[in-house]
Design a protein around this ligand. Structure first.
Ligand code: DGY
Length: 330
């Protein structure tokens, strides 16, 4: 496996995942760029081997930058995540070391809200089951009770986490004439959205959609006891982070009929193993973490991630900095 390497006196950056659109000249003008060439992400040992002498690092959600990596890569002056979420970073340790870290907020809101709605429609209206039934020759005549699903108009959508993406999903739901409930750490008044307790949201919603970031507070936020509060035909949608849900408990809840279905774009861990019980659970629609996967969004994410990287290399504040405290402490 060869690597793309240009030798110069410029600071070295390691790009762990090639960004959409390639490496722009404005980065090559300020850095010696090494791009990981594989389709799979580098292992931790490979990440360390390539980033140990780098001053800048560009990562994706699959690259964990933890204490071990930071200890092994002492030259790092900037770390840029090509994602809005940064649960793959030990952000406290980066802040302690004065290393600015960047992310790409805002630009993936609509793409992620769209894929959330694709999952809502696909699960509620049994799109994959119906497609499979047709291909299996089961469509022999029009049948009044064939493939009946949930009508979105008038149904209740419960949104957990009313940040940018949660709100964009709520607006789409309102366009479908759904009733919208929300549960958010920082309640955000918005016409037609009622902020309620988590218990009430789980009890009253036909569809529950997760839009919180992953933290110690939100890990396994939804597990066995939460599924037991939900309606037996309720659908869970997760386009946030897999570990917000206890995935084993979800597979059980689907198999036992405690809830009615699930649409998932994220898993714990990723990629999900085909042996994982969630893969064979009934009434699931599963996607390979493609929430932000549109050409426009991935291009904008790449631009922002590169801007953050360049700013860090030339000693400017990152345009999208996760830990701006680093500037105060310098
Ligand atoms: C993000 O930006 O956090 C997304 O999950 C990556 O697609």
């Amino acid at each position: 496996m060869g690597v793309e390497l240009v030798t110069s006196q410029l600071p070295k950056v390691f790009i762990a995942r090639p960004p959409q659109g390639g490496i722009p000249d404005r980065l090559r003008a300020v850095a010696e760029v090494e791009v990981w060439p594989g389709d799979r992400p580098p292992s931790k040992a490979e990440l360390i081997a390539h980033a140990s002498s780098a001053e800048g690092l560009l990562t994706s959600v699959s690259d964990r930058v933890d204490l071990e990596v930071l200890n092994a890569c002492q030259s790092l002056r900037v770390i840029s995540n090509m994602a809005v979420g940064f649960d793959n970073f030990d952000i406290d340790e980066m802040t302690r070391r004065g290393i600015p870290a960047g992310n790409t907020p805002g630009v993936l809101t609509d793409a992620t809200a769209d894929i959330t709605f694709a999952l809502i429609l696909a699960t509620a209206r049994r799109v994959l089951e119906a497609n499979e039934a047709l291909l299996n020759g089961e469509w022999t005549s029009w049948n009044a009770s064939f493939m009946l699903g949930l009508e979105l108009s008038g149904a209740t959508l419960g949104i957990i986490g009313l940040g940018r993406i949660g709100l964009a999903v709520a607006k789409r739901a309102q366009a479908f004439s759904m009733r919208v409930l929300a549960n958010s750490r920082t309640p955000r008044p918005y016409a037609g959205i009622e902020n309620v307790s988590l218990d009430r949201l789980l009890r009253e919603s036909d569809i529950v959609s997760l839009h919180v970031s992953l933290s110690e507070q939100t890990r396994h936020l939804i597990g066995k006891s939460e599924f037991e509060l939900m309606k037996p035909d309720a659908i869970l949608i997760n386009t946030a982070r897999g570990a917000v849900v206890d995935q084993g408990a979800l597979a059980e809840a689907l198999k036992s009929g405690t809830i009615g279905g699930a649409g998932l774009d994220v898993f714990d861990p990723e990629p999900v193993s085909l042996d994982d019980p969630i893969v064979t659970a009934p009434h699931v629609v599963l996607l390979p973490h493609i929430g932000s996967a549109t050409v426009v969004t991935r291009t904008r994410m790449a631009e922002i991630a590169i801007d953050n990287l360049i700013a860090g290399l030339i000693g400017e504040p990152l345009p999208n900095c996760i830990n701006p405290q680093v500037y105060g402490s310098r």
